[in-house]
Design a protein around this ligand. Sequence first.
Ligand SMILES: [Zn+2]
Length: 278
Amino acid sequence: MPGPVMVVYSEKFSAEGYPYLKHRIKPAFQALKELIQRGLVEVIEPTVNDQAVHLLERLHNRQHINDVRYSGHYDVSLLSLAGVVQGAELLAEGKYARGFAFVGAAGHHASPNGFWGFCFFNDVAAAIYHLREKGLKRFLILDVDPHFGDGTRNFFKNDKDVIHINFTTGTKNEIDEEFHNYDYGLSFNADDQEFEEALNQALGKQFDFDLMFVIFGHDSHVTDYGGFAFSDAAYPMLTRKVIEFCGQRPLLWVLSGGSDAGVATRVIPEVIKVLATE
Ligand SMILES: [Zn+2]
């Protein structure tokens, strides 16, 4: 048994989150009640502190940060970033083996100088910047949100020590072995089987890394808004494959796109249950 899964959560993610994304947050968290009662999940609440503000200023330029202030989503986006950073730190310190971070706004479309698509600050990039100061060097990011993680790519495309794997709607695979950028194109309305075959291909390689992130957008579900058409069964399948691939190394899932509260309420507890028990 891997021990309890750390879940990063704040009430503010549902109260103040990005409007299109926030309605799934509270019901999905409440659906973890049984796992919490059984001791399979421990909840940590993030806080905005000087460290988070300092990281934000290293990541994004002043114009970007000011534009987020004007958008009205600054506070919840900074709290989301802080949660991913604080969760990743607890994993790096060995306090937990696996974690799942809720967020109030997503991160993977946030570049150093610009943002779009319900994303404001790049939470995973912030965690990598922070963990490098703690001595970790190599990271793997598996982005299964059906939208291409362009912001994350803009941070790390020339960084050989960040392996960036995307699944996105498209017709071909683009593989850059030198800088470890891997994009797997899945057809529009791709089903579970097509996803599983692409995952086998992507995770069939050997990679050296200290900590793994999964950027988890359930907008890939057939009833959600993204371009894939996965069933509920795709998510425990994904989780088992990730666990097998990641082995004993620390693993952090970071919530990304998805607005269907029914999907979130079913698949997020299922993912966390697999993380806690297998
Ligand atoms: Zn998406």
